[in-house]
Design a protein around this ligand. Structure first.
Ligand SMILES: [Zn+2]
Length: 104
């Protein structure tokens, strides 16, 4: 059933992989999908400086990133679902997932 719309904070939590109780609502609510789209886009923009630094990794960073990517690939199915839900390409979805993790 579709109850109240989750607020942006809840949607952000959902983007982080929490708030799975919102799955059903978000999966069937175009308005929330739109809001999530905007949230994901904003996160991607915030990520740009971080992405730029990743393009020129210092010392051991590259290895750490590679390990993290390997771990992330195991949850690729989740990312694909995430991307499909938002109607965004897989690469963008992965960047968003990476970003939410890297900020912690
Ligand atoms: Zn909604």
């Amino acid at each position: 059933m579709i109850g109240r719309h989750p607020n942006r904070r809840q949607l952000a939590r959902w983007l982080d992989g929490d708030a799975t109780e919102l799955d059903e609502h978000i999966g069937s609510c175009a308005k929330c999908a739109e809001t999530l789209d905007a949230l994901a886009e904003a996160e991607t923009k915030d990520l740009r400086p971080a992405l730029m630094s990743l393009l020129t990794p210092p010392t051991d960073l590259e290895e750490r990133v590679s390990r993290r990517l390997a771990a992330r690939l195991q949850s690729r199915a989740d990312v694909e679902l995430f991307g499909a839900l938002l109607g965004i390409p897989i690469e963008t979805g992965r960047v968003v997932m990476e970003g939410s993790d890297a900020s912690g």
